[in-house]
Write a protein that binds this ligand. Structure first.
Ligand code: ARG
Length: 463
């Protein structure tokens, strides 16, 4: 039976009914919806609209639905094929279980505030779960950094070798990005965790339900202050999708770096078998499919974010059925984000740094040229002049087919009298790294304290 019964005499067109139905996907909200239904039942009981016995019978019926819905394959039953949505499913099943008294549950409530409260409750739980997965991804970064805490790699700008950095420093850059993403997620959670129930269809409810009491029962921090907004607002979903988009954009950058570093040309990292695939034809190959998919999946989430914004932008107040389209975008955003985070953590736990190769790459191609310029600055030369001198030395070294550390002191002195025997120490890899010892720099001491701070941030709950 349709929920809108009396007003209609004709049948719904079959194709439209399928088009209209959302049960196939929104049944995912069932536990959140049931939770809110129980509190609503208790609230109308407390308001004196239902007697204690009716409340009890409704709540035990809802408990039974919860049990049923936990059974594997339950939703696959053919009789549910024609169900419109999760909300009508709960009502019709309740009536089947406890009789017409089940219809009383909907007193003082609309599906519009029902879907809003269920989606918020559901998303709150998912946010908490995702925060855990993000935290584990951060942990995987820290573990890899700790296992290679003093190993250098070349740092790049424009994908041209720039200066040596510690591999751990590179990894901690991604830790920081995820840290900000977790902060954004926690902030978004604050706006998710507001209760719309009690808004009715759009104008509020005629029944004296205690909204603050319901909010407390459901663990909401506050209640909405405008019923029209409460039933039509989905910006909390868009905000979550924005955080998801940023997070997967970060994961995508990490994936890109690791793909590059795993090529034969770079060869800084080795991918474990657990996260690579072979080629059906070229048997020498080991492909970084895991990383490529992490990079590729971000596109889906950007698509969902755009879809949600587009979906909302032209809607008149208050509820419109267009809003049903938010569900699949939200669910797929949640799943894609969680999977991408999880696979990223797995990749990080299955890669190995090729220390020798990364170190050799870090000290070649004049990555110490800036250190040589700084050497002259410390001897009293202005930086611009030093830059000029070192530029000429680099050109000379390239012509000689030598690295800067392979030049003799005499060769260097041809370019400036300021060079002394201590110059080779100054441009050594160890010195280059150790010199970057201001907070946030790549010196081993700094990185080691940043690693400790990072570990510290993972301890203790956030909310
Ligand atoms: N399935 C609907 C949705 O997701 C539930 C709300 C329906 N409300 C209505 N007035 N048709 O938006």
């Amino acid at each position: 039976m349709n929920l809108w019964g009396g007003r209609f005499t004709g049948e719904t067109d079959r194709h439209f009914a399928e088009f209209n139905a959302s049960f196939r996907f929104d049944r995912r909200l069932i536990f959140a919806d049931l939770q809110a239904c129980k509190v609503h039942a208790a609230a109308i009981g407390r308001a004196g609209i239902l007697d204690a016995q009716a409340v009890e019978s409704i709540i035990s019926g809802l408990d039974k639905i919860e049990d049923l819905a936990s059974q594997p394959g339950f939703f696959e039953r053919p009789e549910y094929a024609a169900t419109e949505d999760v909300h009508s499913f709960i009502e019709s099943t309740l009536v089947k279980l406890i009789g017409p008294a089940g219809y009383r549950l909907h007193t003082g409530r609309s599906r519009n505030d029902q879907v809003a409260v269920a989606t918020r409750l559901f998303l709150r739980g998912e946010i908490d779960r995702i925060d855990e997965v993000m935290r584990d991804t951060q942990l995987a970064l820290i573990e890899l950094a700790e296992a290679n805490s003093t190993d250098p790699i070349p740092g790049y700008t424009h994908l041209q070798k720039a200066q040596p950095v510690l591999f751990a420093h590179f990894l901690l850059a991604y830790f920081q990005m995820l840290e900000r993403d977790r902060e954004r997620l926690a902030d978004a959670r604050k706006r998710v965790n507001i209760m719309p129930l009690g808004s009715g269809a759009l104008a509020g409810t005629n029944f004296p339900v205690d909204r603050h009491w319901m909010a407390a029962q459901l663990g909401f921090d506050d209640i909405t202050g405008n019923s029209i907004d409460a039933v039509s607002d989905r910006d909390y979903i868009i905000e979550f999708a924005s955080v998801a988009a940023l997070t997967t954009m970060h994961l995508s950058r990490l994936a890109e770096d690791l793909i590059i570093y795993s090529t034969q040309e770079f060869g800084f990292i080795k991918l474990g078998d657990a996260i690579s695939t072979g080629s059906s034809l070229m048997l020498q190959k080991k492909n970084p499919d895991s990383l490529e998919l992490i990079r590729g999946k971000s596109a889906r989430i950007f698509g969902h974010l755009t879809a949600l914004l587009t979906l909302s932008k032209g809607l008149p107040l208050a509820y419109n059925k267009d809003l049903q389209e938010d569900k699949e975008a939200l669910f797929d955003t949640i799943d894609t984000l969680s999977d991408s985070l999880r696979v990223t953590a797995t990749v990080l736990r299955n890669i190995e740094l090729n220390r020798e190769r990364a170190r050799a790459a870090a000290i070649t191609d004049y990555t110490n040229a800036t250190d040589l310029a700084d050497y002259l600055v410390k001897k009293g030369l202005e930086f611009r002049m030093a830059h000029e001198v070192i530029g000429r030395i680099v050109v000379y070294a390239i012509q000689q087919g030598k690295e800067l550390q392979e030049l003799s002191l005499d060769e260097c002195r041809n370019f400036s009298e300021l060079f002394d025997g201590d110059l080779f120490q100054a441009i050594s890899l160890e010195n280059s790294l150790a010199g970057k010892c201001q907070i946030g720099g790549t010196s081993p001491d700094q990185v080691s304290s940043q690693l400790k701070l990072a570990r510290g941030k993972l301890v203790g709950a956030r909310k």
